[in-house]
Design a binder for this molecule. Structure first.
Ligand SMILES: *Cc1c(COP(=O)(O)O)cnc(C)c1O
Length: 406
């Protein structure tokens, strides 16, 4: 069997080099553990970027996928299929939204929301409403429509001209008002900026964004691709009792590793994308929907969403202790549920620290320049969280002593 070195050599020859992966080739996983081609065990506290919500190789999810694959995978959207209908019903029941559109990724769910907003106003004869208000450091995906809304220069550079989008500082409600105009069709916002550095919305901000959209007749689109499906300790990051969007996007954790994205809308927007105006060949296929239904069942059966809130508090305390122990390298901790960022002091580079954490056998991710991001599978144990934070502590102590010596 090929080991890491052989596989990495072949990868470097054959894979398109748009990524910069660590030289580790994984071959299997179980829960929060991954095993590479040399047989080494790793502790996974990033869950494939908040995707593997029920952990690796969950037997219930694996069995649901296997059974559905052996029954019916795909029929196209010229016809209905049962798991698709049941998933739409389940998601609407859990969120209070009324209509579900399925696609294959977070980017596609956001692209659908953008087209929904444009077409909603087009159909009402308000054809001047084409501009979107989005936020600096936001991440909404990489297709040209979604990229237009993404507020991060390094992803946008070289791909212009992009669509008409005004980027406002996240949290700046006066800035939203200043950017508003009769040509705005929608505001798109994350409940907590994930890729942008694990930045929770300031208090009152989302309510202010909702009010601004309402007073100018624009739609509010909520990107819950990273925060939805239990990650923040509630089914939606936005919560049940707070404000609501006109449409929301889900993806990442929804399929537990199987690709699926979803746009949920209110009934009032059901006519905005009439038959033929938008679609997807693969979107909502029976196999992807069976995977998502199994994930929802596992979240319920194992009480993983309440668990995310409780274990998130445990992780927060561990990280806060780290900040107290290593004030020279750690600045603060922020996040919610099982999505946390450890903010490093200016001058430290998250990517460099990650290499040291990796040499301890622990996998976490960067978020922005100097934030270490923890997004473990929701099945993580408190012992695994302790193991991970201890490894990060050792890596950071190393960098602290290097800094002191330098
Ligand atoms: C990851 C992410 C996306 C893009 O999702 P893909 O599945 O990579 O297309 C969009 N929005 C947010 C908030 C994300 O975290």
């Amino acid at each position: 069997m090929a080991g890491n070195a052989d596989l990495v050599a072949l990868a470097r020859e054959r894979l398109y080099p748009n990524y910069r992966p660590a030289p580790i080739a994984f071959v299997r996983g179980r829960g929060c553990e991954l095993f590479d081609a040399d047989g080494r065990r790793w502790l996974d506290l990033c869950a494939g970027v908040a995707v593997c919500s029920v952990g690796h190789a969950h037997p219930v999810l694996a069995q649901a996928i296997a059974e559905q694959a052996a029954t019916l995978m795909h029929v196209s959207n010229y016809f209905y299929n049962e798991t698709n209908i049941r998933l739409a019903d389940e998601l609407c029941r859990r969120t209070g939204y009324e209509r579900a559109f399925f696609c294959n990724s977070g980017t596609e769910a956001n692209e659908a929301m953008l087209k929904l907003a444009r077409h909603y106003f087009f159909a009402r004869g308000e054809t001047e409403r084409v501009r979107v208000i989005a936020f600096e450091n936001s991440f909404h995906g990489r297709t040209l429509g979604a990229l237009s809304m993404t507020g991060t220069a390094k992803y946008r550079e070289g791909f212009g001209p992009l669509g008409p989008v005004t980027h406002v500082a996240y949290g700046d409600i006066d800035g939203v008002e200043r950017a508003m105009g009769p040509d705005v069709c929608a505001i798109i916002v994350e409940v907590l900026q994930g890729e942008g550095g694990v930045v929770p919305a300031p208090k009152g901000f989302l309510e202010g964004v909702r009010a601004s959209a309402d007073s100018h007749g624009a739609l509010l689109l909520v990107d819950e691709v990273q925060t939805g499906v239990g990650r923040l300790g509630q089914f939606l990051g936005l919560g049940a009792s707070e404000i609501r969007g006109d449409a929301i996007a889900l993806a990442k954790g929804l399929g537990g590793g199987f690709p699926i994205g979803c746009m949920l809308t209110t009934e009032g927007l059901a006519g905005a994308l009439p038959p033929g105006s938008h679609g997807s060949t693969f979107g909502g296929n029976a196999l992807a929907c069976a995977a998502a239904l199994a994930v929802l069942r596992i979240l319920d059966d194992e009480k993983l969403i309440d668990g995310a809130a409780a274990k998130g508090e445990f992780l927060r305390k561990l990280l806060e202790q780290l900040v107290r122990d290593l004030p020279g390298v750690c600045e603060q901790v922020r996040g919610r549920g099982l999505l946390w960022g450890l903010v490093l002091r200016p001058g430290l580079i998250a990517r460099e620290i990650l290499a040291a954490v990796q040499s301890e056998g622990v996998l976490i991710m960067p978020a922005g320049e100097r934030v270490l991001r923890f997004a473990p599978p929701l099945v993580v144990s408190t012992a695994e969280l302790e193991e991970g934070v201890r490894a990060v502590g050792r890596a950071l102590s190393g960098s602290a002593s290097v800094r002191a010596a330098g």
